[in-house]
Design a protein around this ligand. Structure first.
Ligand code: ADP
Ligand code: MG
Length: 645
C-alpha cells in the first residue's frame, strides 16, 4: 500500500517547528523594549533555524536533485540575503509565515487525506482461500482471480467476486454510503472492502488487488490529491522568471542607490508567495467543500472547467432514477416455457451483469422464484455484456439473450410477430416501465417489465439547474416512451432516446463542437466514452460501474444528484475567489516592490506586508471550504426543503 501514515504526521511536525519559531519572533519583537534588549542573541534566530532551515533544505534538494527552480528558491535567497545584511527579524518572519502557509495548505487537503485513511483502513488485509486440504490465510494482495474464498461473519470481504454458496447481509456503506446492509446470496456480487455481517459464504474472486473496486476508490482519492501538485507546479513554472526578475531588480536597486538593505527588501517582497498560493488554495478548499457533499474531485482543473459549463447531459437509468428498479411483470409467449422458467433463464443470464436492470432482475429473483433455495440459478457460460443493448449467455443447453430490440437485431434473434405481445409491451412502456426482451435459442420468447423511480428531488434539482443558466438534457439508451415520461417527470424538455454508447459520445461532441463546455453525468459502462469526452464527466459512485468512475473527472460517491446545482455554483464561486486572489496578490507585490525600491519599506516591514498578503489569500480561499449559497439555503429551509437540493 503506497499510503503511509507519515503523511498525517507532517502537519504535526510543522506545528512543532512553528511554535518555537513563533515564540522567537514574538520575543524578538518585544526585544525592542529595554527589558529584553540585553539578550545576547536575537530570538528571531529561532524561526530562522526552525522554519528557515527546512525551507533551505527543500529548495536545495529541488534545485540540485531535480534542477527545479521553485518559489522557495527565491525565498531561500531572500532569507540568506536578509541574514547576511543582519536583518534577522525579517528573515525569521519570512521563514515563519512560509511554513505557516504550507501548514494551512496541508490542512486544506486534510479532508481528502482523512478520506484516504478511512478507505485504507477498510482495505482488507487477508483472505481465506479454500484449497483441497483445507483453508489458507493469504495476504489480500496475493489472492488470484478464480480463487475460492470463504468469508466469515464480521470479516471484511477481501476481493471483488461472486457468491457461490451461502447467504449473508453485507454492509456496503464504504462504497455506497448506504448504511442498510444488503442481503446477498449465490450469484450476487460482493465488493472488496465491504463488511460481511451475519452469514458465512464462499465466493469466487473476480477482481483482486489493484483491479478491485476498493483499490479503484483509493486511487481516485489519491489522484485527487495529486491534482493539487500539478496546479502548484503550473504556478511554480513562472518562478524561474520571477527569480531572475527579482535578482535583476535587487541588483539594480543596489547599484543605483548603493543601499544593500533596499536590495534585501526587494528580494523579500518579490517572493511570489501569495501568487503561488492563489490558485491551489482556492481549488483545494473548493475540493474539500465538494467532498463534504459527496463529490470526489479527481482533478483540480475539473472544477475550473465546470465553472464554464452551460449544458448538463444526464443519463437516465441509474443517474436520474434510483437504479434499483422493481420487476412488475414477466410474460412468456412460448408454449413450452412457463413465465417463471423464462424468468429463471433471464436471471441466470443476468447474474454477472453490471447493469442496474440486470442487477434488478437478479435481485428480484428471490421473490419471483419461490423454489430458488432448492434450485439455485444455473451459472452462465460464455457470458457477454453488450453495452447499451443487453447480455448474452449460455444457460445449460439454451442460448439466452436479454436486452432491447437492438440486441435482437445485432445478435440476429427472431422477433415474434404477435400483435398481442407488442400491444402489451407498448402499454407497459407508456406507463413508464422499461421492458426488456428475452430470446431463447435465437427466438423471442417473452419479456420482463421493470419500473424504476426517479431519485428524490430530481425535479427541484433540474429547476435549480435552469435557474443557474445551465441547460439540462436527458440522454438514454432506453426507448422514447420511457424517456419522454421520465423527462416530463423530471422537467427536462430536451430528450434523446435509444442512444447507443457511441451516440452518447457523438452527442457530446456535437454539443461541444462550438466550443461550449458540457458536463456529462452518468453511471454505466455505456456512459464511459461520453464521460471521458465531456469537458467534465461526473460518475455515480454508488450504483456506477468501475469503468464509468475511471473515465470521470468527478465521482459522486453518495449518488445524491441533488447536490449537482450546488457543485456548479461552488465552481463558479471558486473562479471568482481565484481571480480576486490573483488580482490582490499581484497588486500587493507590485506596490511593495515599488516601496522597497524607494526605500520607504524596510526588510522587516516588507516581510510583514508581503506575508500578510499570503495569509489574506489563504484565508480568502479557506472561506470556500464552508461556502454555500446562503440566500438559497435560507429560502429552502423556509420551504422545508433539504439544503441546496
Ligand atoms: P441508460 O442510458 O438509460 O443508462 P443503457 O444505455 O444502460 O440505459 O441501456 C439502454 C437499454 O439497453 C436499456 O433500457 C435496456 O433495454 C438495454 N440493456 C442494457 N443492458 C441490459 C441488461 N444487462 N439487461 C437487459 N437490458 C439491458
Ligand atoms: Mg445508465
Amino acid at each position: 500500500m503506497p499510503f503511509s501514515p507519515d503523511a498525517l504526521k507532517v502537519p504535526l511536525r510543522d506545528v512543532l517547528l512553528l511554535i518555537p519559531g513563533g515564540l522567537g519572533l514574538l520575543f524578538s519583537f518585544l526585544g525592542a523594549s529595554p527589558s529584553t534588549a540585553q539578550l545576547a542573541v536575537d530570538p528571531a534566530w529561532l524561526p530562522v533555524i526552525f522554519c528557515g532551515v527546512p525551507i533551505l533544505k527543500d529548495a536545495a534538494a529541488g534545485l540540485f536533485t531535480r534542477f527545479d527552480i521553485k518559489a522557495d528558491v527565491l525565498v531561500s535567497i531572500a532569507l540568506i540575503a536578509a541574514v547576511l545584511a543582519g536583518e534577522i527579524f525579517a528573515a525569521g518572519e519570512v521563514a515563519f509565515i512560509m511554513r505557516l502557509g504550507s501548514l494551512l495548505e496541508e490542512l486544506a487537503v486534510g479532508k481528502a487525506r482523512a478520506g484516504i485513511e478511512k478507505l485504507v483502513k477498510l482495505s482488507p488485509v487477508t483472505g481465506r482461500v479454500l484449497r483441497s486440504g483445507g483453508t489458507d490465510i493469504v495476504p489480500a494482495d496475493e489472492l488470484r482471480k478464480g480463487d475460492i474464498l470463504r468469508v466469515l461473519p464480521g470479516e471484511t470481504i477481501p476481493a471483488d467476486g461472486v457468491i457461490i454458496s451461502g447467504e449473508s447481509s453485507v454492509n456496503q456503506s464504504v462504497m455506497t454510503g448506504e448504511s442498510m446492509p444488503v442481503d446477498k446470496g449465490p450469484g450476487d456480487t460482493v465488493t472488496s472492502g465491504t463488511l460481511n455481517m451475519f452469514g458465512t459464504f464462499d465466493m469466487r474472486a473476480t477482481g483482486v488487488g489493484a483491479e478491485s473496486a476498493i483499490q479503484r476508490m483509493i486511487r481516485l482519492v489519491q489522484s485527487a490529491d495529486a491534482g493539487k501538485a500539478r496546479i502548484v507546479r503550473l504556478a511554480d513554472r513562472w518562478a524561474t522568471w520571477i527569480v531572475a526578475a527579482a535578482l535583476a531588480c535587487a541588483a539594480l536597486t543596489w547599484a543605483v542607490t548603493g543601499e544593500i538593505i533596499r536590495a534585501v527588501t526587494v528580494l523579500v517582497v518579490f517572493c511570489p508567495c501569495a501568487l503561488v498560493l492563489a490558485t491551489p488554495t482556492a481549488i483545494m478548499a473548493a475540493i474539500g467543500n465538494a467532498s463534504r457533499h459527496g463529490f470526489l474531485v479527481r482533478e483540480g482543473d475539473a472544477l475550473e472547467r465546470l465553472a464554464s459549463v452551460r449544458r448538463v447531459a444526464l443519463d437516465k437509468t441509474g443517474t436520474l432514477t434510483e437504479g434499483i428498479p422493481e420487476v412488475v411483470a414477466v410474460r412468456s409467449f412460448a408454449r413450452d416455457i412457463s413465465d417463471l422458467e423464462l424468468y429463471r433463464l433471464a436471471a441466470s443470464a443476468e447474474s454477472r451483469s453490471e447493469h442496474p436492470l440486470g442487477k434488478a432482475v437478479l435481485r428480484c429473483a428471490t421473490v419471483m422464484l419461490p423454489d430458488l433455495a432448492e434450485r439455485p440459478l444455473a451459472a452462465p457460460l460464455d457470458f457477454r455484456m453488450i453495452p447499451g443493448r443487453g447480455v448474452a449467455a449460455r444457460i445449460g443447453k439454451h442460448s439466452v439473450l436479454v436486452g432491447n430490440a437492438r440486441l435482437f437485431s445485432s445478435e440476429q434473434a427472431v422477433r415474434r410477430n404477435d400483435a398481442r405481445l407488442s400491444e402489451t409491451v407498448r402499454s407497459l412502456e407508456e406507463e413508464g416501465c422499461t421492458v426488456i426482451l428475452i430470446a431463447v435459442d435465437g427466438e423471442e420468447c417473452g419479456f420482463i417489465a421493470l419500473s424504476d423511480t426517479l431519485r428524490a428531488n430530481v425535479r427541484q434539482s433540474v429547476a435549480k439547474l435552469n435557474e443557474v443558466g445551465v441547460n439540462p438534457v436527458l440522454m438514454t439508451g432506453d426507448n422514447m416512451q420511457a424517456a419522454l415520461r421520465m423527462g416530463k417527470e423530471a422537467g427536462i424538455a430536451e430528450v434523446h432516446a435509444s442512444v447507443m454508447p457511441e451516440d452518447k459520445l457523438a452527442l457530446i461532441e456535437w454539443f461541444q463542437h462550438t466550443g461550449e463546455h458540457v458536463c456529462m453525468v452518468g453511471d454505466g459502462v455505456n456512459d464511459a466514452p461520453a464521460l471521458k469526452k465531456a469537458a467534465v464527466g461526473i460518475a455515480m459512485g454508488g450504483v456506477g460501474s468501475g469503468i464509468a468512475m475511471d473515465a470521470a473527472d468527478i465521482v459522486l460517491v453518495n449518488d445524491e444528484i441533488r447536490f449537482l446545482p450546488f457543485l456548479l455554483r461552488l465552481s463558479r464561486h471558486m473562479m471568482h475567489v481565484i481571480r480576486l486572489n490573483l488580482a490582490f496578490s499581484l497588486l500587493l507585490n507590485f506596490a511593495a516592490v515599488l516601496l522597497a525600491v524607494r526605500g520607504t519599506l524596510g526588510p522587516a516591514a516588507g516581510a510583514l506586508i508581503h506575508n500578510a498578503g499570503s495569509v489574506a489569500v489563504i484565508l480568502n480561499s479557506a472561506l470556500l471550504l464552508f461556502w454555500m449559497p446562503r440566500k438559497h439555503a435560507a429560502s429552502e429551509r423556509d420551504r422545508g426543503e433539504p439544503p441546496f437540493a
